[in-house]
Design a protein. Structure first.
Length: 690
């Protein structure tokens, strides 16, 4: 017992970090620090909650709602490092720790929202606070606090309250297990090939596969994995159709077999969410979740999905018919396209139509220059500057750290970039915070600490990291999220940065993607990594001309994920059927290919079963409508018009969740959004054009 106390007394998380403004002491944080720190932080937070509850003064906005908002500083300090590391450096030790602490954290959260005395004080503030005394941000904080407690079971009576708490704890454990199963299943797959079997792969992909095999003691072979750079390159370029099929089946059957089978968890998670929602009086989990979205209702979501399905399906069918003819002509015989063929033949068709390939572009997208270009976009739009911090402690040798300054030299925040795959990192790309922006009780503006995590192709012995155009787009997308956080100017952490409605959070990220096919942006950084030659204008013209290629297919694919998400979360009775049959029925109206036996999306769909997008995956398409409509103003006024950019910064990026998203958007655009700009961007006829 004494040993534990001593460890906790000297824990790195006990006090705010002291290693430079905006820096995390990763050189001093160990995996063994997290668990005792979390226990210490839970005790400290409980004491703060008790102080609020036992305050003898009548409840007020300041001594109850704001006090609650500002409580838990140590817990926030620990978890804002622990959770990002659980995705970026998920070692077996971290997995073990998470299995122990996540139930405790869920129990702690439930204990707060189900604290009757605390809820009574919040109710008193709601019922007795003069609304005229609150500004917009205070009013939103009060509204969110009340709604958050109500949606977490505060109004339930026993035994429903205790049952709701049990369901919450169980759900947190299952979603964690779901995510870890996907990570382990992804890392477990290895496909070692001979030189003949990697025919068609470009040099950079072959060299990366060769280096990966050498690291795993398989010299002379080529290692293909399910990590994005390896998987995507093989599916796009490998001539061996049987091996593309093998890899496709591995990717789409992961977390289905053996110890990592997530199918039982899919059903259990969906049923737990349904039970929780119905305890709170909602018809389904989607009805519950969509209360706090721009869409508002299931009808609002299905209305968007159906509208897009009807608009894009004719384009998808034309695209697939064209691709079918092309593939048969290319091969010299009839061929029935399968899912593992689309990327391969689609890439060759695009090459034939526009006379360029992604590999032709790759030499112009050396990672360090791309980073300069992406940072430069923020400079041109918002006046930001990015200064490298060379001696910053990092959690991996490839991580880079930047001090972000505003045009006047003031600190806007700190940015960490983590670009390359490793076995302990989840696949995909994301942005998160090591610290959120807020203004503390003394009036000091605490600037955010942001991390960008990617899975780009590593440098090889002969080449630097060279990106595809799609990877450049991914970089810009996640950087848009980072800007939402870095440019935040809010008082309260729960309202700052990306703490907005789920179907609004993708607007800043997707909006900035519009610049990727703009000549003025590409001209600013795209240089050949050997010759330094500027990307030829003819090649940029081809990129712009090809920007609508496959728009129908891409949209229908995204809609399939949205329909699947909604199907699982509009259940009104517990699911006890076959996961495959359910999934196929949910996606039938937008299916491009017939279902492949043994291949499913649900068991590795971490966005909705572990990543917070349950009943919210449609938000990507919702945000596309917004981002296309918003960018239309930039095209009208000049894509680098600083006044227009300042308006976007002031109305959207700086405001976080301090007002209703629809009001923020109207403040920027001057009207409601409409779908026309998205259809025009993708080359889809509008109803008036039919």
């Amino acid at each position: 017992m004494l040993t534990t106390i001593l460890i906790m007394a000297n824990n790195i998380f006990d006090a705010p970090f002291n290693c430079g403004v905006g820096l995390i002491p990763f050189d001093r944080i160990t995996e063994q620090d997290y668990e005792p720190a979390i226990e210490r932080a839970l005790a400290a937070h409980n004491a703060e909650i008790d102080a609020i509850v036992n305050n003898p003064e009548p409840p007020t906005m300041e001594n109850t709602v704001v006090a609650l908002e500002r409580s838990g500083a140590m817990l926030e300090r620990v978890l804002s490092i622990f959770y990002p590391m659980l995705s970026a450096m998920c070692t077996p030790t971290m997995m073990d720790i998470s299995q122990r602490v996540v139930p405790r954290l869920s129990e702690h959260s439930s204990a707060i929202t189900l604290n009757t005395a605390l809820w009574k004080r919040i109710e008193w503030v709601r019922d007795h606070c003069d609304p005229h005394t609150l500004d917009t941000e205070d009013a939103m904080l009060l509204h969110n606090t009340v709604l958050g407690f109500e949606r977490s079971g505060a109004t339930l009576e026993e035994p429903a309250r205790s049952h709701f708490r049990e369901l919450t704890m169980k759900l947190s454990q299952l979603t964690l297990q779901f995510e870890q199963n996907v990570l382990q299943a992804t890392s477990a797959f290895e496909m070692y090939l001979t030189e003949a079997e990697v025919d068609g792969l470009p040099d950079i992909a072959r060299e990366a596969a060769s280096d990966a095999a050498k690291r795993n003691n398989h010299p002379g072979e080529f290692l293909i994995t399910l990590h994005a750079p390896s998987y995507l390159a093989f599916m796009k370029y490998a001539t061996r159709r049987d091996l593309r099929e093998r890899l496709y089946r591995a990717q789409n059957s992961k977390a289905i077999q053996g110890d990592f089978d997530n199918r039982p968890l899919v059903a259990e998670i969906a049923n737990l969410r349904l039970e929780m929602a119905q305890l709170l009086g909602h018809e389904s989990f989607a009805h519950y979740r969509l209360e706090r979205t721009m869409a508002g209702t299931t009808q609002g979501v299905y209305g968007l999905l159906d509208q897009l399905r009807d608009a894009y399906t004719p384009a998808m069918r034309r695209e697939m018919e064209q691709l079918q003819h092309f593939a048969a002509e290319y091969e010299g015989h009839d061929i029935t396209l399968m899912p593992w063929d689309y990327t391969y033949y689609g890439n060759k068709l695009k090459d034939s139509l526009f006379s360029y390939t992604d590999e032709e572009l790759r030499p112009y997208f050396e990672l360090s220059r791309v980073a300069e270009g992406v940072f430069g976009l923020a400079t041109r739009l918002y006046g930001l500057q990015f200064e490298p911090i060379e001696d910053a402690p990092v959690f991996d040798d490839n991580v880079r750290v930047y001090r972000v300054l505003d045009a006047d030299g003031s600190l806007q925040g700190t940015l960490y970039t983590d670009f390359f795959p490793r076995d302990t990192k989840q696949s995909g790309a994301w942005m998160t915070n090591f610290a959120e922006q807020r203004i503390d009780a003394s009036g000091h503006d605490e600037r955010p600490i942001v991390t960008l995590t990617m899975n780009f192709t590593r440098p090889t012995a002969t080449k630097p990291s060279l990106l595809t155009l799609g990877e450049v787009r991914t970089f810009v997308h996640e950087f848009g999220h980072a800007l939402h956080s870095l440019l935040s100017r809010c008082r309260y952490m729960s309202l700052s940065g990306t703490n907005v409605y789920r179907d609004f959070v993708e607007l800043p990220s997707q909006f900035h993607e519009n610049f990727v096919t703009e000549r003025a942006f590409l001209d600013s950084f795209a240089r050949h990594y050997v010759t330094g030659e500027k990307i030829p204008q003819s090649l940029i013209d081809k990129v712009i001309a090809a920007s609508q290629f496959g728009a129908g297919y891409a949209c229908l694919r995204q809609l399939g994920f949205g329909y699947l998400d909604m199907a699982w979360h509009t259940l009104t009775s517990p699911f006890d059927g076959d996961v495959a049959e359910f999934e196929h029925a949910a996606q039938q109206s937008v299916s491009i290919f017939a279902p492949v036996d043994g291949c499913l999306t649900s068991p590795h769909f971490t966005h909705i079963f572990a990543g917070g997008y349950a009943s919210g995956y449609y938000g990507y398409k919702w945000a596309e409508v917004l981002d296309a409509d918003a960018f239309e103003r930039f095209k009208e006024e000049g894509i680098f018009n600083r006044a227009t950019a300042q308006s976007f910064r002031d109305c959207i990026l700086a405001r976080g969740g301090t007002a209703e998203p629809a009001a923020l958007y109207r403040a920027f655009r001057g009207r409601e959004p409409h779908i026309t700009a998205l259809l025009h961007r993708d080359g889809i006829p509008t109803p008036q054009q039919d």
